[in-house]
Ligand binder design. Structure first.
Ligand code: GDP
Ligand code: ZN
Length: 358
């Protein structure tokens, strides 16, 4: 095979991951990035090539929670078995994580990990909604990912309308970068391209139909998404194909586009939430303090609504959870400590399992 040589940094590897990998001091192993997930197996890639990776010794992962299974974007520690296959020993700590929470449940699903910037895409169509951004913002913020607003299909609106919407967006989401674009008129596409940096990972979140594929295809300069599938693994004559889920742009940027990035926004960002935010936004204007957090402040209109039954406990806590300026850095620290504790156990088991493999 005469593949052009790539560097691991081109796949997004950075000091953060290297430090964590070095700490493990695992010999006979290497790191690779998960570029696609497929029926319990993972497509992984490093400077040596692409592999089908499997998590072996279920036990190794049993010690950890569900979220410790690899996800697209993860850096995993592997043992390369041959040119096509590798054994995944473990997932390196994540720099960032995008996950969706299911309403009323404690369950979460990882959308992607180690994403640097999330483009929250909304289009100018009948479903334009500022409230929907809140939900995506919460997802980004919870995971430590920088959000950027991309307003697509500006060819469908007049200049005045665009000015108005831009103003609305900038007022509501102060300090957040905002890129108006159109894949039809090509306006703003250079701004989007210029935003993308070499070795950084990006993800597009937004409801179906807002133009995520069109935008990614523009960045790729080819219509790849929705058409291309790659032959992933040959096993006893069986031939499986996997849709690509990670794309490498000419300028060195990396884009994750997987089912998770597409599902968010349909079930999660329901009309109900939109209405709720409208109501609460209105109410909050009547709070005594402009910077009211609606938690214990006197003269809070939202707490009054709660007391009066205009708002249910559940709606209130949903809202607070979404709005919470969660100190995710300290949260992560705590999580990290807990993980570290389990990590020791994990390494011991991993070594045992490796011995069995030999
Ligand atoms: P996705 O579901 O978010 O991936 O959206 P798609 O990229 O599949 O786009 C949905 C539809 O919007 C398609 O019919 C596109 O041709 C159309 N579309 C995408 N970008 C634009 C745009 O900038 N302007 C207009 N008018 N239509 C667009
Ligand atoms: Zn209040």
């Amino acid at each position: 095979m005469n593949k052009p040589k790539i560097k691991i940094e081109d796949l997004g590897y950075s000091e953060f991951f290297k430090t964590n990998y070095d700490k493990l001091k695992l010999s006979e192993s290497s790191v690779a990035r998960v570029i696609a997930e497929h029926k319990g197996a993972y497509r992984i890639k490093n400077e040596n090539g692409e592999y089908l990776g499997k998590v072996t010794g279920k036990k190794m992962f049993d010690a950890l929670c569900r979220e410790d299974y690899p996800a697209v974007g993860d850096w995993v520690v592997v043992t390369e078995l041959n040119e096509d296959q590798a054994v995944i020993l473990q997932t390196l700590p994540r720099k960032t994580i995008l996950k969706r929470k299911y309403n009323n449940k404690n369950e979460t699903q990882i959308i992607a990990t180690n994403v640097d910037v999330v483009f929250i895409v909304e289009s100018n169509g009948r479903d334009f909604s500022l409230n929907r951004f809140e939900r995506y913002f919460a997802i980004a913020k919870d995971g430590g990912v920088k959000p950027v607003i991309v307003l697509n299909k500006i060819d469908l609106i007049s200049e005045e309308e665009l000015k108005l919407k831009s103003k609305e967006i900038k007022e509501r989401f102060e300090g957040v970068d905002f890129i108006p674009v159109s894949t039809v008129s090509k306006e703003g596409l250079d701004d989007l391209k210029n935003y993308i940096e070499k070795g950084k990972t990006y993800c597009f979140l937004g409801s179906s139909g807002v133009g995520k594929s069109s935008l990614i295809n523009e960045l790729l300069k080819q219509d790849i998404i929705k058409t291309e599938t790659v032959s992933s693994y040959h096993d006893r004559g069986k031939h499986a194909t996997t849709s690509r889920q990670m794309y490498f742009l000419e300028n060195g940027g990396i884009v994750i586009d997987n089912p998770g990035t597409r599902e968010v926004g349909m079930a999660d960002v329901s009309e109900g939430i939109d209405d709720l935010f409208d109501k609460i936004t209105e109410w909050s204007k009547e709070c005594k303090y402009v910077d009211c957090a609606h938690i214990h402040e006197p003269g809070c209109r939202i707490l009054l609504a709660l007391k009066e039954g205009e708002l249910t406990e559940e709606q209130y806590s949903n809202y607070i959870n979404l709005k919470k300026e969660a100190d995710f850095f300290s949260l992560n620290k705590h999580e990290k400590r807990e993980k570290n504790r389990q990590f020791g156990k994990f390494i011991k088991n991993a070594k045992k399992d490796l011995e069995k493999l030999n």
